[in-house]
Write a protein that binds this ligand. Structure first.
Ligand SMILES: C[S@@+](CC[C@H](N)C(=O)[O-])C[C@H]1O[C@@H](n2cnc3c(N)ncnc32)[C@H](O)[C@@H]1O
Length: 301
């Protein structure tokens, strides 16, 4: 072991070996266009671990003792870009049409549970956006269809007997910690308008902290989308700007898994630059006012 002052250069064969390991572990696909990024992050990790040989580092990664370093490397390879209210047209489709329809059907069946999964949630802006939309959606629904009993005061964000669970998951522990903390700077708040800031955030110094009641609607947890054991019985899955880092075979496998993780008639939302076209027969596209979602359909066997 030695401290590498000059960055170690890697051969094509070494990078291919690492690519294969990363793909096997988390589904992320590094083609030629992203090889430079892979090389850069690999150099950083070697420097951090004070190693100057690819093979000793690779041996560490595949060893039992190297599990922690493997997850650190994967964290370094993820792109965590996110924002509140990202893809407004799609969220409007969710807010104004899909959520209302789901609440109506559930209420008719006297099923008062709603499960939403933000898969690849990054630092929490997506699941907290979903929590604000669901809280507003429930309030507006009961404004039009009052409940037959007095609501407790102060009014809870989730009116009884409803039970709302928003699961926020990611493969990176550092983004999960940031999400759990739920404190955001002015730049990160740019897309949050004043009415949302007033109702759902407290000002802490220069930053904004998610209010306790909203925080309680969201539960952060580690899930690697590459594995088979994923959270079941969801009404809605948001997996946006994650699949774009996977190749087509992995996207196909993931969409199959999502179909199994959704309740009948449930919805899947993917990113603006992502599509299920040609990947599956198990979903039908719903498109309205520039917003797109995919509804699970029962496929005849
Ligand atoms: C670009 S961010 C998208 C965040 C958010 N969904 C949005 O659209 O704003 C992609 C996230 O997916 C996560 N991710 C990548 N591969 C994953 C995997 N195999 N399992 C779980 N999360 C993964 C990354 O850690 C990252 O936080």
């Amino acid at each position: 072991m030695a401290t590498a002052s000059v960055p170690v250069q890697f051969t094509e064969a070494e990078l291919k070996l690492l690519q294969a390991l990363v793909y096997q572990e988390c589904g992320m696909h590094f083609d030629e266009r992203r090889a430079h990024f892979l090389q850069d992050r690999l150099q950083r990790r070697l420097k951090e671990c004070q190693m100057d040989s690819f093979y000793s580092y690779y041996r560490l990664l595949i060893s039992q003792e190297g599990k922690q370093e493997l997850s650190r490397l994967l964290e370094n390879l993820t792109v965590n870009e996110t924002s509140f209210f990202r893809n407004k047209a799609q969220l409007d489709l969710f807010h104004k049409f899909i959520l209302d329809e789901i609440l109506h059907h559930k209420q008719e069946r006297r099923d008062f549970s709603l499960r939403v999964w933000s898969a690849g949630c990054s630092t929490g802006q997506e699941p907290y956006t979903l929590a604000m939309i669901v809280a507003d959606g429930l309030a507006y629904y009961y404004l039009r269809n009052p409940l037959p009993f007095e609501m407790p005061t102060p009014k809870p964000l989730v009116p009884p007997p409803w039970k709302v669970e928003i699961l926020a998951s990611d493969i990176s522990y550092s983004v999960l910690r940031a999400g759990q903390e739920g404190i955001y700077g002015e730049n990160q708040m740019a897309s949050v308008d004043y009415s949302y800031r007033l109702r759902y955030f407290d000002k802490v110094g220069e930053r904004y902290a998610v209010k306790k009641a909203l925080k309680e609607m969201v539960h952060f947890d580690f899930h690697n989308l590459k594995t088979e054991y994923l959270p079941q019985r969801n009404d809605l899955i948001f997996c946006r700007n994650v699949m774009m880092y996977f190749d087509e075979a992995e996207q196909r496998r993931l969409v199959e898994k999502f179909a199994r993780c959704l309740n009948p008639g449930g919805y899947l939302f993917v990113g603006h630059a992502e599509s299920l076209l040609g990947l599956t027969e198990q979903f039908a596209m719903v498109h309205r006012n520039s917003g797109t979602a995919y509804q699970k359909v029962e496929v005849a066997q």
